[in-house]
Design a protein around this ligand. Sequence first.
Ligand code: UD1
Length: 430
Amino acid sequence: MDKLRIRGGRPLIGDIQISGAKNAALPLLAACLLSDETLTLTNLPHLADISTMANLLAQHGVDIRLNGDEGAGSQGRTIELNAGSITSLEAPYDLVRKMRASVLVLGPLVARFGQAKVSLPGGCAIGPRPVDLHIKGLQAMGAQIEIEGGYVLAKAPAGGLTGAEFVFPQVSVGATENLMMAACLAKGQTTLVNAAREPEIGDLAKCLIAMGAVIEGAGTDRIRITGVDRLHAATHEVVGDRIEAGTYAMAAAITGGDLHLLGGKLDHIRAVATALVPAEVVFQETEQGFRVRRANGALHGVDVMTEPFPGFPTDLQAQMMSLMCVAQGASMITETIFENRFMHVPELMRMGANITVHGSSALVRGVPKLTGAPVMATDLRASVSLVLAGLAAEGETVVNRIYHLDRGYERIEQKLSACGADMERLRETS
Ligand code: UD1
């Protein structure tokens, strides 16, 4: 398994092109199942999770054409998906267990074909992550659902799904996306109340509208979808990755560098920029994106709590913790979205961090410096938080099991090395 070797202590200075968002691309790929005409997505990031979703779609019978290589840079890759001849309505366990977002095929398949059999994703490193809201929402639209042998068996009534009002008891990004897609082909109007407001939802709605869907209110907590008989061909550019941009913003701050994040949208990580103002980190909007650097040298501890958008994203919590490890003073970091999302804590402590966890909060007392160490993490954002810590640490850090990074960060070592990081991928053959 590949490792990443980092020699820390170098400020990162330069420009980084932000890739298309993984979390936007995954539901957009699933959206191809809603039409028998071709969906073309541009600015697609080259990531392991995208390949997993493409493999799942190919297994359903989607005809896929991929253009552009992984070095395509700012343009990313272009994918053409045609779901004109679907051969299987089953998403098997072997593919779904690799990636929870596979469950996003459920809504489109039931809406267009009247039935689907999708494996339950099972547990993952950051908690149990159930799919009950996806199921309850489809039931509200008339689907009959049974759980059998680890699979969700969903069937629409003879006339297809019907629009309904569904009130989310808790905000869910994936369930909002699944139900929004299903509602596009349901009869009549669907209203999703307490819907997720993440920019990726807005991006999906934009693509669906280009395909002929009728959607109002995406980006607010109340989305209204009026079903249509069919969707048609469209071309859509995947929105920039706000989590990648936020991660590199923290890389600038933790190394005392100055990064210009091209294609980054400050509006999409406003809560992060706001939280970091009292930490003495400066965000400056530019024509091409935004710039990040420290204000006066030292960082200061600040408190943050993760929340659904527009709050502080859980996907930047681990990176924020690395940053706070080297700030002056203390910081309280509270995780409200996922249980079990502090796996980076023991590894950061092996690098010299001072962190105490009480339930869903971590008290981070800043230390003057971190020291390099061999470390490992079991999820994507935890892994990248160790990369950030390694960039700031004295000496050498080896991040093991970096296949997690490859799931969500496109060419991370090339992007950061180009800005002065001393890091290299150690390839292992076995
Ligand atoms: C998406 C993101 C992930 C991010 C998360 C929260 C993608 C591909 N992934 O994941 O990176 O960390 O949003 O911003 O976009 N829940 C239920 N029942 C459900 C669904 C969710 O209880 O049916 C709970 C989850 O366990 C979790 C919370 O709701 O505690 C939020 O989960 P959700 O927003 O659904 O996350 P994902 O869509 O899986």
